[in-house]
Ligand binder design. Structure first.
Ligand code: PEP
Ligand code: MN
Length: 338
């Protein structure tokens, strides 16, 4: 574990922390920098967890060096990662990226129409699934490669970057030919073969949190991708399974600042899957922006009633436009822009 002291930490503050740790039987390594002191504790981490080091005077950050995720950890890289997607489209940094589009690609015309509208409202990345991970094998499974072609054509025609889900390691090359960003869906977050395959590419990856995965497990999955050499990973909070049944999932708002503390990776928020109900999407989108997300991914459909998947949580283009307007003030309050 590493403790980074505040620049104005006094010698007394530092000695106090050291004494506490030594009392617990830990060895302390002191590294005095020009600006601040960094304390490294060697020994069983569990012992340190019993004391809330974060609240000690003079403590800025407490970093678990023994964290199994290394490359994606905040201690590995202090600065926030910014992922270059295409032209001036990025995820990370002051500007919040907006990814919008239908849950599934249904037809060329429908995709084109919704793409134009979401772009007009401020989206820079078009979403849409061609391979759909459906709970029932009898539900619409997506248009496959035909859908990918629509995505590429519409993206180019409208001037939007594109993201789509890749479900199968055998499809990585195929999907890479058509879109700018791979999405790894919640159900595949721990498909390590798939993670390694996208890790071998240079394409950005939007990695969604598994519905029963901890933040640590999410970061371990991100580490799988980074360990293969692809550092262009954004992680996505999309709601988790809890005992609550009033909503499809429980959007874990904590995950946003927690991930920002633990990792330098950009954090994407998905209020659509996070709630499962279109009427809740704007509240959670605003909360996510306030909590510090770097991007939003929102499902938008011209006619949600007729959507082949996730209609209940899809915004109409009109509602999406209203949401974008609503979000401006929230972004401004937290010193971000769209
Ligand atoms: C989706 O984005 O449409 C999707 C299937 O998401 P998730 O993997 O989060 O369920
Ligand atoms: Mn969906």
């Amino acid at each position: 574990m590493i403790i980074i002291c505040k620049p104005d930490a006094t010698e007394e503050d530092i000695q106090h922390i050291i004494q506490k740790a030594e009392k617990l039987g830990l060895r302390v390594n002191i590294s005095k920098g020009v600006e601040r002191t960094v304390l490294g504790f060697i020994g069983p981490e569990d012992v340190l967890r019993v004391i809330p080091l974060e609240v000690f005077p003079g403590v800025d950050q407490v970093l678990p060096v023994l964290a199994p995720y290394k490359l994606v950890s905040r201690e590995f890289q202090k600065e926030n990662s910014v992922i270059q997607i295409k032209d001036d489209v990025r995820i990370g940094g002051e500007k919040i990226a907006v990814i919008a589009g239908p849950c599934s690609i249904e037809s060329y015309e429908a995709l084109l129409s919704v793409a134009k509208k979401v772009k007009e409202s401020g989206a820079t990345i078009l979403r849409g699934g061609a391979f759909k991970p459906r709970t029932s094998p009898y539900d619409f499974q997506g248009l496959g490669e035909e859908g990918l072609k629509y995505m590429k054509d519409v993206g180019e025609e409208v001037g939007l970057a594109t993201v789509t889900e890749v479900m199968d390691p055998r499809h990585v090359e195929l999907v890479a030919r058509y879109v700018d960003v791979f999405q790894i869906g919640a159900r595949n977050m721990q498909n390590y073969t798939l993670l390694q395959e996208v890790g071998k590419t240079k394409k950005p990856v939007l990695l969604k949190r598994g519905m029963s995965a901890t933040v640590k497990e999410l970061l371990m999955s991100a580490e799988y991708i980074a360990a293969k050499g692809n550092f262009k990973v954004a992680v996505c909070e999309r709601g988790i399974r809890t005992f609550e049944t009033a909503t499809r999932n429980t959007f874990d708002i904590n995950a946003i600042p927690v991930i920002k503390q633990m990792s330098h990776l950009p954090v994407v928020a998905d209020p659509s899957h996070g709630t499962g109900r279109w009427g809740l999407v704007s509240s959670i989108a605003m909360a996510a922006v306030a909590a510090g997300c770097d991007a939003l991914i929102v499902e938008v459909h011209e006619n949600p009633e007729e959507a082949l998947s996730d209609g209940a949580q899809s915004l109409t283009p009109g509602n999406f436009k209203a949401l974008m307007a609503q979000l401006q003030a929230v972004a401004q309050a937290v010193h971000r822009t769209f």
